[in-house]
Design a protein around this ligand. Sequence first.
Ligand SMILES: CC(=O)SCCNC(=O)CCNC(=O)[C@H](O)C(C)(C)COP(=O)(O)OP(=O)(O)OC[C@H]1O[C@@H](n2cnc3c(N)ncnc32)[C@H](O)[C@@H]1OP(=O)(O)O
Length: 495
Amino acid sequence: MTQRSDNPELAPNTPVLVGIGVINQREADPAKADEAVELMVRAARAAGEDCGVPGLLKDVQRISVPKGVWTYANPAQRVGEAIGAPNATTLLAEIGILQQSLFADACQRINGGEIEAALVVGGEAKFRALQATIQGLEAPETQQDSAPDVHLEPEQEIWSEVESAAGLGMPVGFYALMESALRHAQGEDLESHRDRVAKLYEGMADVAKQNPHAWNRDGMAAEQIRNASPKNKMLAFPYTKYHNSQWNVDQAGALLFCSVAKAEALGIPRDKWVFPWASTESNFMVNTSQRVDLAGCPGARLAGKKALELANMTVDDIDVLELYSCFPSAVQIYAREIGISLDQQITVTGGMTFGGGPLNNYVLQSTARMAELLREQPGKKGYITSVSGMLTKQGFGVWSTEPGPNGFGFADLTAEARAEAPPLEMVKVDQGEGEIVGCTVLFQGDNPWRAVVVVTLPNGKRTIAYNENAELMNAMMTEEFVGRRVQLKDGVFSL
Ligand SMILES: CC(=O)SCCNC(=O)CCNC(=O)[C@H](O)C(C)(C)COP(=O)(O)OP(=O)(O)OC[C@H]1O[C@@H](n2cnc3c(N)ncnc32)[C@H](O)[C@@H]1OP(=O)(O)O
């Protein structure tokens, strides 16, 4: 039986998440596997089915897609045509835009009465592409010649040329630098730190066992995660592959929003409704090596706490928790900044290593899973976090099947984060000295390739330097180097 809102004070424009669609494809033959945009279409249709009134899809007025590794110019258009909403406004958000921002955009427009229904959808097919590479086959993608109506781009790149020049070419190196700073700040020795982090990820692998949508549901012991092996290469000390977001997945997710008035008019069952209570973000971009504290994240503290405040909550009121998990330092730094204990279940999916990390779409997957779990536990409150870039932008959402105490609240803490922690100046040093504030050893194949350090100079400015000496790199994997003084010469450091 269709239930109506029993809260007469619920404003008709209140946004509500009514449909969720999650697609997992594991097809070894790339010729049989759907490409990413078709996975998005399937996820969108699944969201329509999920809400019980698939016809809602035709009424969608805005379709937003976070950019993936694919080449589509306007995937929202393809989705719109497939679901019967060809005139919906199409939006493409480049990498460097928070996925949480797309939920906020949809909800704010519904809340403001501008639109009645919106779809946020995205996905990846990197497993399909990998299978094609391994088998020497093609994994073609549909070419489009249209442009999205709205194209969101970040104000700057998510890492700098100076950082690239030092050897940092993948997120793993940046997050490993942050991990070293955190380890030092907490006074942990290298071995027990590695044990602790691996145990944290073992817990996430356990959660993945319970998540029907997770990519890897086998579970994994801490030791297997911690230590390099032929199946688990060290990528950037102390991170092995199993500390890394796994992006070789075929996963898509869709979230279908509408107003309370629309949900009531269509008779969408009340037990499908999940309310966004709050969405907050900080979009202040600072390159990793220019942050005052590599183990800190002021935007996470400001925006993370603001989301709780808008929902009249404290961390103790969180019933279901999801901490974004591209790498362990992201998980830990958010928890530390917001005051969230890691001695609890910290993910609903199993995290990006085990649940699956479809590059710029994970928050769609995690929010969909969060919504599923909240529907099973009416009235409980879910708190979910989002990261863009190298912990560059921070987003937060609070959700529940009950309406929020203050309706839907939104806050952008960019200005506050900017005022609190302006970037340190990055300089080249011909000759000098300084103190290491972050370090890692990057690997190529099975071997250490290059040690990279971020250094604070006596004048408070920053530089980044490297060294490829094997003995030094080995020492950096057994002793703490953060806090040590180093000599600098033409971009190379030495003790
Ligand atoms: C804000 C943020 O979210 S930042 C995070 C952004 N995301 C990332 O940085 C994701 C980074 N992730 C990755 O690079 C990868 O997913 C990794 C490194 C973690 C895992 O990569 P791989 O080990 O290559 O992939 P995967 O585990 O899927 O490999 C499956 C198999 O295919 C093999 N394989 C991979 N690439 C190839 C290739 N080109 N040719 C042949 N075989 C290959 C692997 O060796 C592996 O074999 P195995 O099962 O015998 O060990």
